[in-house]
Design a protein around this ligand. Structure first.
Ligand code: PEP
Ligand code: MG
Length: 592
């Protein structure tokens, strides 16, 4: 028995045998039934054939564009594809170990890579990149084929717990969570999209466990506690019993309906708006059940993950947005334009814009959150993609209350350019005889430069939404995905609080509404402080709404204003944290 401690990010207990996804590749090892071996082998053959066709096409294209010397680079990859050490070895692994082909390709790759590592020849060293590229392509083609990993999951007769080094949001969005009871990962933090998605799916999850994926052998019994962040490997019978009993109690609690009707007021009568953050249109029901007064953040980029290949087309998007606003009506819906970067999974988009073949698969599935060409920057660099989305949004706005929000804004110039694109999109619709309604245009304040220039930005837009998940990481220079610095990710840092106050003041001076949609609001301690800072409009994961409702109803905002004023005189996170806890536990003492 071994206990590991991570960060609990999605409440609940998951118990079962471990399904282990190996390092950095998102390859999952599935044991397969004997009658499935032949199917896996033919899938491998077809993947090789498709990979070959793709490589030949790429070589021809490069030969046309840049000449045959450069095109010859792909001859090496074609040779690797035919080398028995790769596909041949993978086929043997499928037969000998009775495992899925994707895992077998990875095993063969690891074995060859180990040989390359020992070779000093620099030319051969460079070929290692080609080898990874070829293996990545093979795996991608295996995965794309119907009957890939998702199909194998249907064959699992025992539900399991997924253990991985890192799970990208796209993988989480695609897995069948009726078969997988929960997950634990080496990497991660509370605000990474994987954690956010787990909460919205109601899947128990613990992250930031450093090396859990290496410590747990496939098939070992595990318990993942999504509240304490603890993972128990090969638990004792007593641990089993306790976890099982707790899991039952939690299920009963979840089944209790939430008393969540109408707008909420603080103890001293101030109206507070509570809306939901969602990633999938199916989550509308959960948002309404939890009492959401609207959708404060729809992360539209999730729609592209695992969706049909033409999901980036205007018509498909229009139907999704229209359905969303109609189902929420008369409540408002704020839709954020795609917050992706060019390397992310959004295959339909990337294919359309950049030609996905130039991005090896592992690059496209990498974690997000980088300060590169993402959010509005990506939209402005690919105006046709942004305009397609805006046209779909403007059309959908005719069917309900819709607001458009741009992510990752860092300057007034970006906002002006984006607004010009909105007008162009509107004009394009007009030429098609469609007169779109006026739609509020807002921005996310999640980059320090935007927070510092809030009074200037407030002149350009109709509303602000503060994204503390990113704002904290960029203000404190702490990667929200890197578990080694997760203790430095401090929502109560004086710099963060000052920025929040500056944004609220900037918005108030111009009379535009400001809400906050970061995960910070779903913590009762932080929420009270935010109320004291003058923020009264929040959006959060639906699961946190009942808690937020209760906190608001029990909080006197006038008292919190005093508490917040004192907080702004304190110098460290520890002092602020201790003071807030005392203020909430013994208000009479603090407020006399
Ligand atoms: C944020 O940054 O706070 C936010 C809500 O956006 P995301 O978590 O999707 O980056
Ligand atoms: Mg963000």
């Amino acid at each position: 028995m071994e206990r590991l401690k991570g960060i609990g990010v999605s409440s609940g207990i998951a118990i079962g045998p471990a399904l282990v996804a190996i390092q950095r590749t998102q390859v999952i090892r599935f044991p397969i039934a004997p009658d499935r071996v032949a199917r896996e082998l033919s899938a491998l053959d077809r993947a090789r054939a498709r990979s070959r066709d793709q490589l030949v096409q790429i070589r021809e294209r490069i030969a046309q564009l840049k000449g045959s010397d450069l095109a010859a680079l792909f001859d090496a990859q074609l040779m690797m594809l035919d080398d028995p050490m790769l596909v041949g070895r993978a086929a043997s692994v499928v037969c000998e170990e009775r495992v899925n082909a994707e895992w077998a390709v990875q095993r063969a790759l690891d074995e060859i890579a180990a040989i390359f590592n020992d070779v000093r020849d620099p030319y051969l060293h460079e070929r290692k990149g080609d080898l990874h590229d070829v293996a990545g392509r093979l795996r991608m083609n295996l995965r794309d084929e119907k009957g890939g990993a998702r199909d194998l999951l249907q064959d699992l007769d025992t539900p399991c717990v997924l253990i991985a080094d890192e799970l990208t949001p796209s993988v989480v969005a695609q897995l069948d969570w009726t078969r997988i009871r929960g997950f634990a990962t080496d990497a991660g933090s509370r605000t990474y999209h994987t954690a956010i998605l787990a909460r919205s799916l109601g899947v128990p999850a613990a992250v930031g466990l450093h090396d859990v994926s290496l410590r747990i052998p496939p098939g070992a019994s595990v318990i993942v506690d999504g509240d304490s962040g603890e993972v128990i490997i090969e638990p004792s019978p007593a641990d089993w019993q306790e976890a099982d009993a707790r899991a039952r109690i939690m299920k009963q609690q979840v089944a209790v309906p939430h008393a969540a009707d109408g707008p909420v007021r603080s103890l001293d009568g101030v109206p507070v708006v509570l809306q939901a953050n969602i990633e999938r249109s199916e989550d509308v029901a959960a948002a309404i059940a939890a009492g959401a007064e609207g959708i404060g953040l729809y992360r539209s980029e999730f729609m592209l993950v695992g969706g049909p290949p033409d999901m980036a087309a205007e018509e498909e998007q229009y139907h999704v947005y229209r359905q969303l606003v109609e189902r929420m009506a008369p409540r408002p819906v704020t839709i954020r334009t795609f917050d992706i970067d060019e390397r992310q999974l959004a295959r339909p988009l990337v294919d359309a814009a950049l030609d996905a073949r130039w991005f090896p698969e592992h690059d496209r599935t990498q974690r997000s959150g980088h300060a590169g060409l993402r959010g509005i920057r990506f939209g402005l660099a690919q105006p046709e993609i942004l305009k397609t989305q805006v046209r779909a949004l403007l059309r959908a706005a005719a069917h309900g209350s819709l607001r458009i929000m741009f992510p990752f804004v860092s300057s007034v110039h970006e906002v002006r350019t984006a607004r010009v694109l909105v007008e162009e999109a509107r004009a394009e619709l007009r030429t098609r005889g469609i007169e779109a309604p006026a739609v509020p245009i807002g921005i996310m304040i999640e980059v320090p430069s935007a927070a510092f220039t809030a009074p200037l930005l407030a002149r350009e837009v109709d509303f602000f939404t503060i994204g503390t998940n990113d704002l904290i990481q960029y203000t404190l220079a702490v990667d929200r995905m890197d578990e080694r610095v997760s203790d430095r990710y401090q929502p109560l840092h004086p710099a963060v609080l000052r920025l929040l106050r500056a944004v609220r003041r900037g918005a108030r001076r111009r009379g535009i509404p400001v809400s906050l949609c970061g995960e910070m609001a779903s913590d009762p301690l932080f929420l009270r402080l935010l109320l004291g800072c003058g923020l009264t409009d929040f959006s959060m994961t639906p699961g946190a709404l009942p808690m937020a409702r209760r906190v608001v109803q029990e909080t006197s905002i006038a008292e919190m204003v005093h508490v917040a004023a004192h907080v702004f005189t304190l110098g460290t996170v520890e002092e602020i944290d201790q003071y807030l806890r005392r203020a909430f536990d013994h208000p009479a003492e603090i407020l006399k």
